[in-house]
Design a protein around this ligand. Structure first.
Ligand code: EPZ
Length: 462
């Protein structure tokens, strides 16, 4: 094995060892396979036989990256909050555990979460749980607003990059919060003051942390260079329904007028644009006619533009008061360059499935991943299926197609990279096994069941 890929594989293994250790699972390393035989919970896998045309409709859930912030935000209202259309995925279940660790009483059934925040007593969430979930970082802003203090440890990096939290700490410093650090633990204290906050970069969760921290600060807080993702607008819509006074969310300048208290409400999460884009690309890659929704087309404007430029055609239609999109059969797509940007640019979370799709389109294109420095981990696995991809540097790759992919035994390393591997397996000749699909389950609800519903030959093996 080349030194570079050996180093990469070892890096992945350290991540997996941490994950297994967190779950106190005995780790056994199988040198013959140079991989893990983990005991305790099974490292589940997908078995997919490719070259199947898909057909039918896939019903999508609420946006993971909206729900992961709206659940913690619910602790700001004393009482019982109800949130509908919550995806049943591992990251949501971890968030619920974290909120329960500070005393919230929560039920989760049929994609509805009910949170009673009146029983919350602590501002110190369980560190082992927090460590495992980067998205829980917005809990700091909510705890600072509610209690005026929060203790937190540096969330782990993951396979898409270092994931530092300097932008978040900078936001809290600008709001007059005192931050003490001991090793990788941060003790934050002081009620956030209404301030003019200028973000160091257009960080999604740092923007959300600034909003959450300021809802009770007396006076006006202005956030400049704010991220504008639709999930931030959904968080603001939820907080405003509770009585907050937030304007400009979804733009790069957000104003928050502090209020005294917030009241519990009922809210439904917006559709998941990344899940929608993923299934749309599954449909195009397999040259199938499938229906995907509910969607909000304007949240995917540039994704549709890129795919239409590649020769894809879509129908949009209403059903049950919601909007759906249908992928049309095509006579071969042409490769299109793609650069990931903050919203409304091409979403970094669709870069991996898009790159996998470009192995099936005619020509060569460049994919420029401007947001994360480690988001090409899935490429190694695609190359084991004969994909013609050349990684130029941590931010740029060239992919040529169309290539007839060949089945293999591969491993998913992160949520969206896992989706890219599923796309490749759906078009590959033969039967592919994808290991460690917990990563996929973190961000996609029952992907196997949904694909089976579309006629794919996919089996989950625990
Ligand atoms: C959110 O992560 C999403 N996660 C990510 O989705 C998404 O890829 C990302 O935004 C970009 O859109 C959630 O909302 C839970 P950032 P976030 O802060 O907020 C650097 C998925 O697959 N940065 O906008 O953590 C950072 O390293 C996930 O659903 C700092 O340097 O991303 C990255 O290079 C993956 N310091 C860039 O900024 C900081 O303090 C953008 O990150 C924070 C971020």
């Amino acid at each position: 094995m080349a030194a570079a890929s050996l180093k990469k594989r070892l890096y992945y293994h350290t991540i997996i060892i941490d994950e297994l250790e967190n779950r106190s699972i005995e780790v056994v390393f199988d040198y013959s396979k140079f991989n893990f035989l983990s005991r305790g919970i099974p490292m589940a896998m997908f078995k997919i036989t490719g070259e199947r045309e898909l057909k039918g409709r896939v019903e999508l859930r609420g946006a993971k990256n909206a729900a992961l912030k709206i659940l913690p935000a619910a602790i700001l209202a004393n009482g019982v909050t109800t949130i509908h259309n919550v995806p049943d995925i591992l990251d949501i279940r971890k968030t619920i555990e974290i909120l329960q660790s500070i005393g919230a009483r929560i039920s989760f059934a049929d994609n509805t979460v009910v949170i009673d925040s009146s029983t919350i007593t602590s501002s110190q969430p369980d560190e082992k749980l927090v460590n495992k979930l980067r998205g829980s970082i917005v809990l700091i802003g909510a705890l600072l607003a509610k209690f005026g203090d929060a203790t937190f440890s540096q969330p782990g990096g993951c396979l898409i990059g270092a994931r530092p939290i300097d932008d978040h700490l900078d936001v809290f410093k600008q709001m007059g919060v005192t931050i003490r650090r001991k090793e990788d633990r941060f003790m934050l204290s002081g009620k956030p003051k209404a301030s003019r906050v200028v973000l160091k970069k257009m960080s999604v969760t740092a923007t959300e942390n600034a909003i959450l921290a300021s809802v009770f600060s007396s006076g006006i807080t202005r956030i400049e260079v704010a991220a504008a993702e639709p999930e931030i607008a959904d968080l603001a819509k939820f907080l405003n329904a509770m009585g907050a006074k937030i304007s400009g969310a979804g733009t790069h300048e957000i104003t928050i007028e502090g209020v005294k208290e917030l009241k519990p409400v009922t809210h439904s999460i917006i559709p998941d644009r990344i899940e929608a884009g993923t299934y749309i690309m599954f449909g195009l890659a397999t040259n199938s006619e499938i229906e995907v929704g509910p969607i909000i087309p304007e949240h995917l404007e540039i994704v549709f533009k890129r795919l239409v430029d590649a020769g894809a055609e879509f129908d949009f239609f209403k059903s049950g008061g919601n909007l759906y999109v249908r992928t049309k059969k095509h006579r071969g797509l042409t490769s299109q360059d793609c650069d990931t940007r903050t919203y409304p640019g091409f979403p970094t979370d669709l870069q991996s499935p898009y790159t996998a799709l470009m192995t099936q389109t005619k020509g060569e294109c460049t994919v420029f991943e401007t947001i994360f420095e480690g988001r090409f981990g899935f490429v190694e696995e695609l190359k084991m299926m004969r994909a013609d991809i050349n990684v130029l540097n941590p931010h740029e790759l060239k992919v040529s197609g169309p290539t007839k992919l060949k089945s293999n035994s591969i491993t998913s390393r992160d949520i969206r990279g896992g989706a890219a591997l599923v796309l490749a397996a759906l078009v590959a000749h033969g039967t592919t096994t994808i290991e460690d699909i917990e990563f996929i389950d973190r961000g996609y609800e029952q992907m196997d069941i949904k694909l089976q519903g579309l006629g794919a030959e996919i089996e989950r093996i625990d």
